[in-house]
Design a binder for this molecule. Structure first.
Ligand SMILES: *Cc1c(COP(=O)(O)O)cnc(C)c1O
Length: 367
């Protein structure tokens, strides 16, 4: 990790310290009030909780340090994605989306943007490398893609999209700002589901949009206030706590994922394995250049659905749930949602269990 990121992480842990008065609570108070003392409107830091609350602002201060950009928080990743799309697209615009990315973004766009007159075009993540973006208003991408773990060159897409007059929105959920910095690579907006690793304990839905263009971010903020897509105080408080340990959790999760991926790759029951950190993974070279880590997600393919479900059922240390990025390792057969992957494809999210205990359980479940 570079010294700049080290300083930002230390600043994140101490972002409240400088403002503390004698006797103030050191940890963030959870403010649930929806109204604020307002003898007159001018100069009040808080007006009404749909406009802003001290608890959201504390999380936004943390996320802004990580993103090095203005951040607006939302009640879920989809809340953030909706805000980014509805704040940037109008009738007659074209949006390019990944056909193999997070499926709810596609369903939202087909179901609600297309009927409003937005031309929704889907292409495969790998095809972003060669696609012609002429006529697009928004190029939206996800890298590594969920669940296939294909990687796109963000800087290259940004240059080509900007030349075509489009803006670029990147869903950075799988990497978090600690391992991938789309805004530094030229993206206009980052969206992310903080439900995953940032919250980290599978107990809060949350999301954010980050960007460096003040006018565009003002529209995102207006969308939140006017649509009412506002985060709950309790969730904001939980994410604030989660962000304090994000770096140490990621360190364990990614180190374990590298060990597990390496061992799974040489297991006879595994037909195919995707992990960007493996030397022979198709995304390895680009991942090394573009990411500051290889993440904690592994795509593993076994013979068929029965073997995949049996493996998940037999392994005591893999939670059988959708979602990822939590403290508990988790696994899911993605074809059950209709993702375009083989029947025996499992997305593994590696948690913080000691790696040898986790591996022993996975190996026994596979054998
Ligand atoms: C989970 C996820 C989302 C949606 O987040 P929610 O908090 O569930 O709304 C969006 N994009 C990606 C890549 C995700 O994994």
């Amino acid at each position: 990790m570079d010294t700049d990121m080290q300083r930002r992480l230390a600043d994140l842990l101490h972002h409240r310290s400088a403002g503390l008065e004698k006797g103030d609570p050191v940890s963030l108070p959870l403010t649930t009030s929806t109204s604020f003392h307002l003898p007159e409107v001018q100069g009040a830091p808080y007006i009404y909780a749909r406009n802003g609350t001290p608890t959201w602002e504390a999380v936004e201060a943390q996320l802004s340090l990580l993103e090095d950009a203005e951040t607006v928080t939302f009640p879920s990743g989809m809340g953030a994605i909706s805000a980014a799309l509805f704040a940037t697209l109008t009738a007659g615009d074209r949006v390019i989306l990944p056909s193999d990315g997070y499926y709810v973004t596609r369903v939202l766009s087909e179901g609600f943007l297309a009927p409003l007159g937005v031309d929704v075009v889907q292409i495969r993540t790998l095809d972003y490398a060669t696609a012609d973006f002429t006529g697009a208003a928004v190029v939206y991408l996800e890298t590594p893609s969920n669940p296939g773990l294909d990687v796109v060159d963000i800087a290259d897409v940004c240059v080509r999209a900007h030349a075509a007059g489009a803006i670029v929105i990147v869903d950075n959920t799988t990497m978090t700002p600690l391992m991938q910095r789309p805004l530094d690579l030229g993206a206009d907006l980052v969206v992310a589901a903080d439900t995953k690793a940032p919250a980290g304990h599978s107990d809060a839905l949350f999301g954010h949009v980050a960007g460096r263009d003040a006018r565009r971010m003002a529209r995102v903020r207006d969308w939140r206030r006017l649509s009412g897509s506002v985060p709950g105080s309790m969730e904001a408080w939980l994410v604030h706590r989660g962000l304090e340990t994000l770096e140490v959790r990621l360190e364990r999760m990614c180190a374990s994922a590298a060990v597990i991926a390496d061992r799974l790759q040489s297991h006879s029951a595994v037909l195919a394995l995707r992990y960007p950190g493996l030397m022979d993974d198709p995304a390895n070279a680009l991942s090394k250049r573009q990411m500051q880590g290889f993440g904690f997600l592994i795509g593993m393919t076994v013979k068929d659905a029965t073997l995949a479900e049996g493996f998940l059922a037999r392994c005591p240390y893999l939670v059988r749930s959708t979602s990822f990025g939590g403290t508990h390792s988790a696994g899911e057969r993605r074809a059950r949602w209709g993702d375009g992957v083989p029947e025996g494809f499992i997305r593994l999210s590696i948690g913080v269990e000691p790696v040898e205990a986790l591996w022993a359980a996975m190996r026994d479940a596979l054998n």
